[in-house]
Each structure stands twice: as structure tokens, then as C-alpha cells.
Ligand binder design. Sequence first.
Ligand code: UD1
Length: 319
Amino acid sequence: MDLDGKKILVTGAAGFIGSNLVSKLLTYDCKIIGLDNFSTGRREYIENFLKNQRFNLIEGDIRNFNLLQKKFTNIDIIFHEAALSSVIRSLEDPLSSHEVNVTGTLNLLLIAKELNVERFVFASSSSVYGETKTLPKQEDMPLSPFSPYGVSKLAAEKYVYSFYKIYGVNTVSLRYFNVYGPNQVASPYSGVISIFISRILQNQSPIIFGDGTQTRDFTFVKDVVEANLLAATKDTAIGRVFNIATGKRISIIELAQLILKLCNKSRIKIQFQPPRAGDILHSLADITLAKKFLNYFPQFDLQQGLKETIDWFQSKRTG
Ligand code: UD1
């Protein structure tokens, strides 16, 4: 399948991953509808897209089924990136995480079925695994998430699979592992890399929750975008679930040291606070399936990705 000539819906188009995806999609000859309710998305991320005739914005909420049904009549591909994407937020407000991540996904699946779309790509999460007995995490391992966020992503993923099995919707689920990069703003709900870079550039100490030996497989957003394009175009992807990661991990303390070095701020001291509730210890992906069926090969190692991300934060500060 080709993206050229397609009518594509991107939910969460003004969000971190959605905006990076739209930016890439606009390099193809396709029409894009971006849906966002701007609860966490940012208008500044889509300002440039709005100048492009091939991009249209619909302001709305994925929880509002009537709105979705009214607005969307003819769509070929849906990239469903809209979510309340934070473990911490889900601990504070599990009901909202459920409504957005589960009910919102079910609404979109109903639209996908009604419109008979060619492909539905779902942004799932490594959090569906919870703590596994062994590493790396493989797609067919038992899933036991314990954060409400992980539970919501797993429930949504199961709905996605159900719509593939029962109604024949051509779905693909991508389990993202700790995505970072440009357009991820630092907030208590965002990923650790954006928080560390933002603090360090303001000469503040990075704060580590726990002793810093916990590990993560950090994935650069441009690799995630590429995985989405492959998931939308490869027929071998249909009905499957894939880990999207790099297959390498780093401890949070090493990460803090590396960012301090890349920012030329190694003199700043790292601070420690008690471990965070809902945190898992280790996360590392096996990406064999994505390589085999998606032809997904990550192009950015952590150093490269961090450099681009630091540059983005610096340009934001000076711009
Ligand atoms: C989790 C999910 C991921 C999801 C993301 C969304 C897992 C394995 N991963 O990531 O799929 O997309 O939430 O938010 O469940 N940390 C610090 N200092 C800080 C911030 C964080 O030490 O200032 C630590 C955290 O305690 C954690 C690690 O850094 O151990 C990574 O945290 P974070 O970036 O929030 O992501 P996860 O919770 O791993």
C-alpha cells in the first residue's frame, strides 16, 4: 500500500508523537485530517501545518462519538495517537485515563469499521507488560500491567484486536517503549528525558526517583514515526502487535550523566528522591518481530536522539 493519494486521520495531531507524524506525512501526497482537543496538545505544533492545503484541523474529543460520526465520512487510514499518556496522571485520575484511552479508542474503532478504512494503526505502550520475569520483553509474554495507564492501553489493545478478528478491520498495534524527542515538553506527566534536559539547561539538578538503577529502552520519536508509516503500508503487519523500541537499555543514572555531559553541565549534582509509585524496574524490548514483519530498523541511537532533542530545547529557549 502507498500513502500517496490517501485520506488520513491522525488523532492527537497536536501532541508530541502526533505532530511529528503529521510533519512526516505532509512530505507525501496525501490529505491529512488532524484531530485534537488541545488538552495536552499544543497549537504552536500545528501552526505550520495549517498553512498547508493538504492539512485540515478538527478540534474535538475522541470521547465524543457523535462528533466523530458527524465529522468523518471518508477516511482511508487512521493513526490513533491521541491518549492521556502518563503513568502518573493515571494514578491521580484513573477514570479520565480510562475514558480517553479505552472509550476513545473504542469510538475510533467503531468509526474505522463504519467507514471501512484500509488501516487502523494504534499507539499502544510498553506499559502493557508490567514487570516481566525475564528480559527482553517479547510480544507473546504474559501481560500484567499494574498502573491504570498500562491497564487502559491493554484494554484498548484488546479492543483493537477484537475489531480485527470479529469485524475484519485491518488493525496494527505498536507498543512504544519510552519515546522521546522534539515536541515533548517537560511537565510532571512527560517522559524523563524531557524533564532532565529542561532542568539541566536551567542549571537545575536532575532528580532521580529511586537509586537510578532502573533501566529503560528509550526510542527516538522519528523511529516511532517510521514504524507508523510501515505499519500503515505493509500488509504483513495486519492483525499484529509489535514492540517499537531500540532493543537497548540504559539506567536512569547513566542517562542523567549522559545528558549532563551532552549539555556540558557535568558539574551539576544529581539529586535523589524516593521511588515513584507504579514504576516498574526494568524495560527492554525484543524488536525481532518488528524487524521481520514491518522491516523496522531503528535509525537513531540514544546519543544522536539526545543531541537532536537537546538542540530542540535550546532552540526553543533562544527562539
Ligand atoms: C511509562 C511507560 C511508557 C509510557 C510512559 C508514558 C513503562 C515501562 N513505560 O514510562 O510505555 O509511554 O510511561 O508516560 O511502563 N524518573 C526520574 N526522574 C524524573 C522523571 C522520571 O527518575 O524526573 C524515572 C521514573 O521514576 C522512571 C524512569 O525515570 O523510573 C522513566 O520514567 P518516565 O519517563 O516517566 O517513563 P515510564 O514511567 O518508564
